[in-house]
Ligand binder design. Structure first.
Ligand code: PEP
Ligand code: MN
Length: 343
């Protein structure tokens, strides 16, 4: 529930309202500059005394959020959230493309990839140093050495780094190197990790759980925001269905659906969403047409030699072609702003 105070609220009315709500034994977020006080739902499910609050002097109106997610909802905040990294805006007018290998393998691979993506105007590079793998015998990343190599690639090319943090304990370490902390699909409901990244000052890329519905996805984001971190980028990466021709089913419906109910930006991962490099170009374009705020794409200098996900890594030439097409689309979008998705 959000309390909107009157524009001319007096100091004593503000303080009295705060005193009243503080006695409710619920979490409170007060924003004096915006003249609002938010009361988060009580853990015991007890109703808040709405009528009494509405009657307090200085209160203009109450906004009730009907959904289980509160802070990430559009009812709570109507304007789109824009995540700013230097002069990069995620969730702004232009889609942002993140690209890089599935995993950091060695110095020459990551530096070569960083140069490759940077040459196409990419400002954010992906690359896992801690990899969640289905088999315990698969390559699980270089760990801290991988993070050091990512930092080296950033220093050499200027690309900022998006990398996964697998475990709550690793948040401080990964934060030392990363510009954006990625929470993977398998961890979308790892509540300890969500709370930990919620306490971080780094933006978080939250990937949709492979069997999560829209509400569960947004509740994952709510965990992060409830800890105070407002910089969240959602990512659709495909869900599990009965199909056998692709690794996952990219649920592009969720892009406009999320935009209706949440102010957070949402990007799309066609690499994990399809698992097939021949499907990445069409699904990237489809994602942008659906209103995605960006894409995260796997590309490798020698895809067939990739230590993880070799079937979905784009060849450099495929990536070059895709970037040309994306840039044309972005130009078209700018010229036809009236076609911007409405929500
Ligand atoms: C990844 O992006 O490296 C990854 C492991 O993806 P997901 O968590 O979506 O499977
Ligand atoms: Mn991968």
């Amino acid at each position: 529930m959000r309390i909107v105070m009157k524009n001319n609220v007096s100091e004593s009315e503000w303080n009295n309202t705060l005193l009243f709500v503080q006695k409710l034994d619920a979490r409170i977020i007060s924003e004096k500059s915006k003249k609002t006080v938010t009361i988060l739902p009580k853990a015991n499910g007890e109703d808040l005394p709405e009528a009494e609050i509405a009657g307090l002097p200085g209160v203009e109106r109450i906004i009730k959020t009907e959904t289980p997610y509160q802070l990430v909802s559009r009812e709570y905040k109507n304007e789109d959230t824009i995540i700013t990294l230097g002069d990069i805006n995620i969730g702004g007018d232009e889609p942002v493309i993140i690209a890089g290998p599935c995993a950091v393998e060695n110095e020459s691979q990551i530096i070569e990839t960083a140069r490759l993506v940077a040459s196409h105007g990419i400002r954010l590079m992906r690359g896992g140093a801690f990899k969640p793998r289905t088999s315990p015998y698969s390559f699980s990343g270089l760990g801290e050495e991988g993070l050091r190599l990512l930092a080296k690639a950033r220093a050499e090319t200027g690309v900022l780094i998006v990398t996964e943090v697998l475990d709550a304990m690793d948040v401080p370490l990964v934060s030392e190197y990363a510009d954006v902390l990625q929470v993977g699909s398998r961890n979308m409901q790892n509540y300890k990790l969500l709370r930990e990244v919620g306490n971080s000052d780094k933006p978080v890329l939250l990937k949709r759980g492979m069997s999560a519905n829209l509400t569960e996805f947004l509740m994952g984001a709510e965990y992060i925001m409830a800890e105070g971190n407002k910089q969240i980028i959602l990512c659709e990466r495909g869900i599990r269905t009965f199909v056998e021709y692709s690794r996952n089913t990219l649920d592009l419906n969720v892009v406009p659906a999320v935009k209706q109910v949440s102010h957070l930006p949402i990007i799309v991962d066609p690499s994990h969403g399809t698992g097939r490099r021949d499907l990445i170009e069409p699904m990237s374009m489809a994602a942008l047409a659906a209103g995605a705020d960006g894409l995260i794409i796997e590309v490798h200098p020698q895809p067939l030699e990739s230590w993880s996900d070799p079937d979905q890594a784009l060849y450099p030439e495929q990536f070059a072609r895709l970037m040309r097409k994306i840039n044309l689309y972005i130009e078209w979008q700018k010229e036809h702003a009236d076609f911007a998705p409405a929500h």
